[in-house]
Design a protein around this ligand. Sequence first.
Ligand SMILES: [Zn+2]
Length: 222
Amino acid sequence: MKFYFSFIRKYAVLFHFFYFITTWLFVYNKISIKVKFDALVENLLNPNVFVIVSGLHGDEPAGNTAANYFKNLPNVKVYSNLNKTKKRRLNGKDPNRHFDTDDQNDLQDRLLSKIEELNPTLVISLHEDDEVDGVYAYCSPEIEDKVKGALMKSKIQLAVKAHGDVTDQGVISNGQQPYKGTLERALRRRNIPYCTLETPCADEEFETRAKTLISIVSDLIV
Ligand SMILES: [Zn+2]
């Protein structure tokens, strides 16, 4: 008898979970963001842990919308809208130049501790760039091919150059970026793979940028 109860309980949980996902898919379809159902199912079966970080710079909003889209996946941890000032800086400092520095503050401390605790397969950080004309990524060399594959399907053109680095099919893996004090440098020191995505916020509409990020991230978390 006990066995049957635990059996029913187990499937009731699963049922609720799928019911929740289905409702969630429906809502997202309503606001016309195309859902990659295959990627979501793959993700449910995937034992890897992924971290998505967005909004370190408060004036780069598309990343927050994209990150929140993945919030309820069981093996994805989302830290979105970290800098709520709507400006690049927080307390006068660029939040993505103060990781592992002497004057690192709470935001950096907390985020790094959480990531160290999770020891994820990959950390994806979402940003926007108003000085480029295309989407690009900088990432750990070991995931370069995977990132290229994800970028290949982008509806936004790929940036050829970004801040002095030439991209290879939109990817920089051995360039000047990541700069000192960035989350990416801190992850590299800890041997945690990272991929940072940048969308061209001066040239493209918000919805196109958010959708592009969702599509690329969907390919990176499978
Ligand atoms: Zn940024």
